[in-house]
Design a binder for this molecule. Structure first.
Ligand code: SP5
Ligand code: ZN
Length: 372
């Protein structure tokens, strides 16, 4: 399988994130992508391509240009304000209750981007856990190019291509970043595929978290079907979207399918949900699936609660490919660093119909034991 990768992601390296006001060691770190690259190189069955630069138009096809300008300038503004921290995180968010009782027109006029950078980060941001650093914008742009290059290769005839995107994308909405995501790589790729083919596209999101950004972007669209399996938002991030009764509106009615699962979900229940998700995709026409692939469903993931195993990833990859559609597979989350390489290798080998043989040198075994 061909893999699109660039070291440009290394510019976005995070040491600390804030969680409920507490500084904690960052989860979405550069080591994640390097672990996966290393495992795929060691496998020998993957070849690597550099991304091709695609420019801004593909981004503003799904994102507000104001978000792009904010992300481009945020770090220099943060520096200019002499904020003594190594990353930018918001001060105040425009909670919807702040505007309660006001007309939509009044809110559109008054709830606008302020000047102070902590207010700007609140205006464009969802949460306090997506730290922005000096290299964030360039890395996020490169991740988009990775996704678009993977899509180009598939449109050129490859049956399945893996885009090693970092930072991830599926929490980023048209006018919002958040959840470690800045630009929505999967949504940008899906939009480009619709534009290039005129066909309908399906997005299968198997990250642990609901892809609120992807859902939002395609909510009213009849040409992109979004199907997501994730932790019940009553219990986990992003909390305010991801329920089963969110089915889309207007031309998008029936094109959004959320399959929320309880904390602690194991392989059996997850594979049953996978079969349901694949049925929903199979029921609409189209020849390409964009996969938002997260490994935070893994049993040892530090922020997820599910119990998936490496064997399950191999099987999910196999079943997804068995639909017979071409796959643009894009990395989203997954934070248990020692297992990421093996889990990615398992999924991708499954998608190619190859068996999975654990690498002896992985230094990692199921259950978390570190091999000598
Ligand atoms: C792409 C992606 O997977 N984004 C996930 C964003 C999750 N943000 C919330 C992180 C919560 C961290 N919780 C730490 C719990 C320590 N017990
Ligand atoms: Zn996630």
């Amino acid at each position: 399988m061909r893999v699109v990768y660039t070291p440009a992601h290394l510019a976005h390296d995070i040491t600390i994130e804030t969680w409920m006001g507490m500084p904690i060691p960052a989860n979405e770190v550069a080591e994640r992508a390097e672990r996966i690259r290393g495992a795929l190189e060691a496998d020998g069955g993957f070849t690597f391509d550099e991304p091709v630069e695609h420019g801004e138009a593909a981004i503003t096809a799904v994102h507000d240009a104001g978000l792009v300008r904010f992300l481009e300038a945020a770090w220099s503004r943060h520096r200019a304000q002499r904020i003594p921290r190594p990353f930018l995180s918001a001060d105040t968010y425009p909670n919807r209750a702040m505007f309660e009782g006001m007309s939509t027109e009044a809110v559109d006029r008054l709830a606008r981007e302020p000047v102070q950078v902590g207010g700007r980060a609140g205006f464009w941001g969802l949460d306090s856990a997506a730290p922005l650093v000096a290299g964030t914008y360039s890395a996020a742009r490169a991740a988009v190019d990775v996704a678009l290059t993977a899509a180009d290769l598939v449109l050129g005839g490859e049956p399945a291509v893996f885009g090693l995107c970092r930072p991830p994308g599926h929490h980023a909405a048209r006018s919002m970043y958040g959840g470690y995501c800045f630009f929505n790589n999967a949504a940008i790729a899906a939009e480009a595929i619709v534009g290039a083919t005129g066909e309908r596209v399906a997005i299968l999101d198997v990250d642990y978290h609901h892809g609120n950004g992807t859902q939002q972007i395609f909510w009213r669209r009849g040409d992109v079907r979004y199907v997501s399996i994730h932790a019940d938002p009553d219990h986990d991030y992003p909390y305010f979207l991801g329920r089963a009764d969110e089915t889309g509106e207007g031309p998008g009615e029936g094109e959004n399918c959320n399959l929320p699962l309880a904390p602690g979900t194991d392989d059996g229940a997850y594979l049953a949900a996978t079969d349901r998700a694949l049925e929903v995709i199979d029921a609409a026409p189209g020849s390409v699936i964009v996969v938002s692939l997260g490994f935070d469903t893994y049993g040892l993931d530090p922020i997820g609660t599910f119990g998936l195993t490496t064997a399950a990833y191999h099987e999910i990859g196999r079943r997804t490919a068995a639909l017979g559609r071409r796959l643009v597979i894009l990395l989203e989350g997954g934070y248990h660093r020692p297992s990421l390489g093996e889990n990615a290798r398992a999924w991708l080998r499954g998608a190619e119909g190859r068996p999975f043989d654990p690498l002896p040198a992985a230094g990692f075994e199921e259950g978390g034991a570190v091999a000598g």
